[in-house]
Write a protein that binds this ligand. Structure first.
Ligand code: CMC
Length: 431
């Protein structure tokens, strides 16, 4: 859908008034089109962190951060998590509509057909040092797919569809293989008789000598966890995927860059840091006050992990789903995790503290997802990998939208603040 022109905005620069069009999206988001600003005034806009910048128009995901709304292609994320499997949502994001039963079956078969990785790629795993972070392996493997499957299909639709399918299916296999490598166990091949999430759990937890039964509660939880991560409009990693892709490079390389961006502790890496923070509180006796005080201290760079969001200024709708899932999984495993009690206390204390209230800081998606993965037996260093598997269809949909429109290469400007012209002193005379 196109943005509709809805009004104008006047900008007064150096005594001259310039008029720019205002566009409106389908949910009422309004934007001043300043694309002619520099040409007409010589000025650029300054917007560190792009907090006020719309980098594209997109049909894919809608977020209302004030009201805590998240929709993919018009469907509420809670509705999708309740009624769909992850591959239906992946299909929705990539193709624009939910699959029919026939389309879903066909898609599921297609994903299974492409689930293995080239045997030679397995050599890569064996050469990584023992404690390699699985996100490093995942991004390296994602870009390596472009060497093993060179029919990239930027211009041929069938080839591009194949690349998309390969990525969605193989990234999950690569993720499970990287875990097996990290624990020194042989890899388990994907199976054609299993669904997407069941297949992943089997590759993670079975071994050649022991077939681990798949708990349906875990498979359902995994479907829901992947769904709540599936897209989040122009966040850091998605902007990276679009930005890298705008240079004309292939989808595998763009996704590999997105994986690296996601790894950061202020982005997807936060789920790992949440657990590390909760474990530290537990080790030190379970008192949450110290962490709260540290997070509030303006002189400390420490932030309460899993709290706050650039867009959500109310409770993150994904965190609500993750919190309930976490309790469900704990009930199914019949365990008692002291970290859940600490997390709930931390949440309550923060929500009742004026520092967090004044800044609209609420739990984000990462606050409870890590705890849920932990209960499912997924190790801490795999949490961000799980986020990446979930986010993949969103990245792909955003990349396709970028590739299908005539997006110019992403190339922001800057305000230069370095030294003015100076002469090079020959090395012998430098002090
Ligand atoms: N703990 C303590 N203070 C915080 C926190 C936090 N988690 N988050 C923000 N603040 C404070 C910040 O110090 C600032 O205070 P002041 O106005 O006194 O300077 C104020 O709140 C506004 O913060 P901001 O840096 O302008 O917020 P932002 O929109 O740039 O940052 C964020 C968003 C997610 C990077 C940040 O909230 C954060 O670092 N949170 C912890 C890391 C985390 O959980 N990240 C996962 C994000 S959700 C998953 C994803 O989409 O990747």
């Amino acid at each position: 859908m196109k943005m509709e022109k809805n009004g104008t905005a006047e900008i007064r620069v150096d005594g001259k008034t310039l008029t720019y069009p205002v566009y409106e999206g389908t949910e009422g988001e309004r934007a001043i089109d300043i694309s002619k600003l520099r040409k007409e005034t010589g000025l650029i806009t300054y917007d560190s962190g792009f907090m006020n910048t719309g980098s594209c128009a997109s049909d894919i995901t809608f977020i209302d951060g004030e009201k805590g709304i998240l929709r993919y292609r018009g469907y509420d994320v809670a509705d999708l998590a309740e009624k769909c499997e992850f591959i239906e949502v992946a299909y929705l994001l990539v193709h624009g509509s939910l699959p029919t039963a026939v389309q879903k079956d066909r898609y599921s078969q297609l994903l299974n057909q492409h689930s293995m990785i080239h045997e030679d790629m397995k050599d890569f795993f064996s050469n990584y040092p023992e404690h390699s972070h699985p996100m490093a392996i995942l991004s390296a493997m994602a870009v390596s797919l472009s060497s093993f499957y060179p029919e990239l299909g930027q211009d041929v639709k069938e080839d591009l569809d194949m690349t998309v399918t390969r990525l969605i299916s193989k990234l999950r296999t690569i993720a499970a293989f990287s875990y097996k490598k990290s624990i020194g166990e042989p890899t388990i091949y994907p199976r054609h008789d299993l669904k997407y999430c069941e297949n992943f759990l089997n590759m993670m937890f079975s071994s050649p000598v022991r077939k681990e039964p798949i708990n349906p509660v875990m498979a359902d939880a995994l479907n829901k966890l992947l769904i709540i991560h599936a897209d989040h409009e122009q966040n850091c990693s998605t902007s990276v995927v679009r930005g890298v892709g705008s240079s004309g490079i292939n989808l595998y390389a763009s996704i590999a860059a997105g994986i690296c961006a996601l790894w950061g502790p202020r982005h997807g890496g936060a789920n790992q840091h949440v657990i590390e923070m909760l474990e530290e509180i537990y080790r030190e006796g379970g008192d949450v006050s110290k962490v709260i005080e540290r997070a509030k201290n303006p002189r400390s760079p420490f932030r309460l992990m899993g709290f706050g969001h650039r867009v959500y200024k109310s409770y993150d709708p994904r965190a609500k789903i993750a919190k309930e899932l976490c309790k469900k999984v704990i009930a199914a495993t019949n365990t008692k995790d002291p970290l859940l009690d600490i997390a709930q206390e931390l949440e309550e204390r923060a929500l009742n503290d004026s520092y967090f209230q004044e800044r609209n800081l609420y739990p984000n998606v990462d606050f409870y997802t890590g705890l849920t993965y932990r209960e499912m037996g997924i190790p801490t260093n795999m949490f961000t990998v799980m986020f990446a598997i979930g986010r993949l269809p969103g990245w792909i949909a955003q990349w396709l939208e970028m590739n299908n429109s005539e997006t110019p290469i992403a190339r922001p400007r800057q305000v230069y603040t370095g030294p003015n012209l100076r002469k090079v002193t020959p090395i012998a005379k430098r002090k």
